[in-house]
Design a protein around this ligand. Structure first.
Ligand SMILES: [Mn+2]
Length: 295
């Protein structure tokens, strides 16, 4: 059996959608394949997508099986059942292990700087002339993956290929407002457990003395759906000097909440931001990793 799989820590919608869509493409081409993972699914795989008729397979990997690894090239995160010498194909967009896999797999290793692995899967459907035969539910999974991994096409890693693939999926499904639908649903999952979402993504930095040590980040769809005092409370529990970068994808704006007025003043200067309704506002949005290198 040919087994498709992803990382063992948690699965996001890109790995999930890519495995399912690639499995269906292989089936259309007469090759049987299974999508096997034991990893937890994160909030990006929303309930409506989980309820799709396309799901992972209940299959126990055996000795003879071969593997296709997606959205992953760091061996540290390989599931235990994957045998490296049995990998027949690997597709990823995380950097750092390109040489290793190119030398092992040649052109069966595709590691590219692109917004989503899902985009590469869309291109595979096109290559094999199967794009028009793609099921709408599969197309929606791939659309969600591209939206999520490119942060609604705002992330630096976004390429023209992601934009083009998404447009084609939009035409295929007729889903014009899917970004709104998808991000609202994933935001709901974040807001239902806002403390976990914030606490699990706090960075404690020492490298930049222009910034406080504690820097949070929260990516949501619409800033207007947030309860500001709860966020302040969660951050105050972590320390007294902090900022949290709240990225509102709908309008592509960073709303930076600061622990106190002094830090707020520093941030307005450092980031060239505008003070608005208790935030330092940056348009277009900046990622935390960009803010952390500003001096
Ligand atoms: Mn990905």
């Amino acid at each position: 059996m040919l087994v498709l799989t992803v990382g063992n820590s948690y699965v996001d919608i890109d790995g999930y959608a890519s495995c399912i869509a690639y499995r269906e493409l292989l089936k259309m081409r007469g090759e049987e394949a299974m999508f096997v993972t034991d990893a937890l699914f994160n909030y990006s795989i929303t309930n409506s997508l989980l309820e799709s008729s396309y799901i992972k397979d209940d299959y126990t990997v055996s000795e003879e099986d071969t593997f296709i690894v997606l959205d992953l090239s760091n061996k540290e995160y390989f599931p235990r059942f994957v045998k490296e010498e049995k990998i027949v194909e690997l597709i990823d967009h995380h950097r750092g292990f390109e040489e290793y896999w190119n030398s092992k797999l040649g052109d069966r290793a595709i590691i590219e700087s692109i917004g989503a692995v899902a985009t590469i899967i869309v291109e595979k459907y096109e290559q094999y002339n199967m794009f028009q035969k793609m099921d709408k539910k599969i197309a929606l999974l791939l659309m969600a993956a591209i939206l999520d991994n490119t942060l609604n096409f705002t992330a630096d890693i976004t390429s023209d290929r992601d934009i083009r693939a998404y447009k084609r999926l939009q035409e295929l499904t007729g889903e014009i407002d899917y970004a709104d639908i998808y991000f609202k649903e994933s935001q709901e999952a974040i807001l239902n457990n806002i403390e976990e979402a914030i606490v699990n993504d706090i960075k404690y930095q020492k490298e930049n003395d222009k910034l406080p040590r504690i820097i949070g980040q929260l990516t949501i769809w619409d800033i207007n759906d947030l309860n500001h005092s709860i966020i302040r409370q969660i951050m105050n529990n972590k320390g007294s000097n902090w900022i949290i970068n709240i990225i509102s994808l709908k309008d592509n704006i960073s709303y930076i909440m600061c622990s106190d007025d002094a830090i707020e003043k520093d941030m307005i200067l450092l980031l060239n931001g505008e003070q608005k309704k208790g935030f330092v506002v940056l348009k277009p949005a900046k990622l935390r990793k960009e803010i952390m290198v500003m001096k």
